[in-house]
Design a binder for this molecule. Structure first.
Ligand SMILES: *Cc1c(COP(=O)(O)O)cnc(C)c1O
Length: 424
């Protein structure tokens, strides 16, 4: 494959954009490919190369790229103008749909990104409980703001900076960490801090270090613990939302959190974030209450129109049953390849998420870090050369979409077979 144009673009990009990218996970070494267009399951770069995409914009594109129904909704809205600074009926229509998928989300507010959603949800939890501390899970990623950039997953782990400089210790001292799937550690830290503990924020399935699943009853016990100790439970469903099931992980695992954050799929690929939950909590948000939160682009008409279109399409076509079955079959094929090659690797995943961990089954962040991340990157490059775009890090989840075809899966399976290392 020829990457000359991308290489040249990267040289220029680096001179004017730090690291040549607008978000660190995109900085594939030695240089990223620069995209020209994408359609369905395929993504095309500036040199004319075609890839089957399993990165899928890191989650939003559950119907594939450039979906005609979403596109039509956006184009229709463009004709009427795309930003007003006053309310639209679109916001009500999207909110009603989200609430019908997520009964725990009785009220919600729209923002422009998942980061903004978790930032606002944490502020709201602190305002409601009048307490300061939060607990997050090691390796959990909730966006790129101060309170949550402590032992964070995703790009923060890939680039070796899970704790970012530039964040005052006065802020991070209020962010407590606990390993995933360890209910005893959680119980201890809650007990010790309960007088000043506002919330536990958690990705119910740890999605930003590859999907790591909750062990039996972990989430149920966490729900009970938080309720008993007067701190709120925030489910960050920016990845799992609309993906595991229409009502996300809370429907899949039958847990009712106090607050929920959504994003990614919720805007059909347009920028969006949502935070919502119990009415008595949400009513504290300005102007109905004193907790301040605002945004010029919040409830942006194209994002709302695209969100409505994607939710209606998914519901009408009941995509989950088929898509999740495809996920199961695909993971099974991958597991067989790994077993055939006698690798001690582990294929993890749920619904339409998957990852091949280059190591034994992990249950938390520390165990994920033991995987052979360098070996994964060698594999990643071989796959890219064979026209398959996986996330450029061991510490990210892979996504399938309704646009991926049997032919895509066959090609991908063959490439895994060819490129996974032989047992040393
Ligand atoms: C992507 C992600 C975020 C951040 O969302 P942005 O839209 O990138 O700001 C927050 N939480 C989780 C679980 C995510 O996967």
């Amino acid at each position: 494959m020829n990457f000359d144009t991308s290489k040249e673009l990267y040289e220029t990009a680096k001179t004017i954009i730090p690291g040549g990218v607008s978000s660190p996970v995109r900085a594939i070494k030695p240089f990223p490919f620069y995209v020209e267009s994408a359609d369905g399951s395929k993504i095309y770069d500036a040199d004319g190369n075609e890839f089957i995409d399993y990165c899928m914009a890191y989650g939003p594109a559950i119907l594939g790229h450039n979906h005609p129904v979403i596109k039509q909704a956006i184009v229709r809205q463009l004709d009427k103008g795309w930003l007003y600074g006053t309310p639209t009926e679109l916001e009500i229509n999207l909110a009603k749909r989200i609430s019908s998928f997520y009964p725990s989300v009785e009220m919600m507010r729209f923002v422009s990104s998942g980061s903004e959603a978790t930032m606002s949800a944490i502020r709201l939890a602190r305002g409601f409980t009048k307490k300061n501390k939060i607990i997050k899970i090691e390796g959990g990623f909730h966006g790129a703001h101060d309170a949550v950039l402590v032992k964070a997953g995703s790009g923060a782990t890939t680039h070796g900076e899970p704790n970012s400089p530039g964040i005052p210790t006065d802020v991070t001292k209020n962010t407590l960490q606990v390993p995933y799937n360890d209910i005893e550690a959680m119980a201890k830290i809650i007990e010790k801090n309960k007088n000043d503990l506002a919330a536990v924020i958690i990705e119910p399935v740890l999605g930003n270090i590859g999907p790591v699943l909750p062990e039996k009853n972990y989430l149920k016990e966490l729900r009970a613990l938080t309720a008993e100790n007067d701190c709120l439970l925030i489910f960050d469903e920016v990845i799992t939302g609309f993906r595991l099931a229409p009502g996300g992980a809370q429907e899949y695992y039958q847990i009712k959190p106090d607050l929920t954050t959504l994003g990614k799929i919720a805007g059909g690929g347009m920028p969006v974030g949502v935070f919502g939950g119990r009415k008595e909590i949400l009513e504290l948000i300005s102007p109905s209450g004193p907790v301040y939160q605002a945004g010029t682009f919040s409830g942006s008409p194209c994002s709302m129109a695209a969100g409505i279109a994607v939710l209606d399409y998914m519901k009408q076509n009941r995509i989950w049953e088929t898509l999740n079955k495809k996920g199961d079959a695909f993971r099974k094929s991958l597991s067989e390849i790994v077993a055939d090659k006698k690798l001690n690797y582990y294929v993890s995943g749920i619904a339409s998420l998957f990852v091949v961990f280059f190591g034994e089954k992990p249950t938390n962040y520390q165990e994920v870090l033991k995987c052979d991340a360098a070996g994964y990157m060698e594999f990643f490059k071989k796959m890219l050369d064979d026209g398959i775009f996986l996330p450029p890090s061991q510490f990210e989840t892979n996504f399938i979409s309704t646009a991926h075809t049997e032919e895509d899966y066959e090609k991908t399976i063959a490439a895994f077979e060819k490129n996974l290392p032989k047992k040393k």
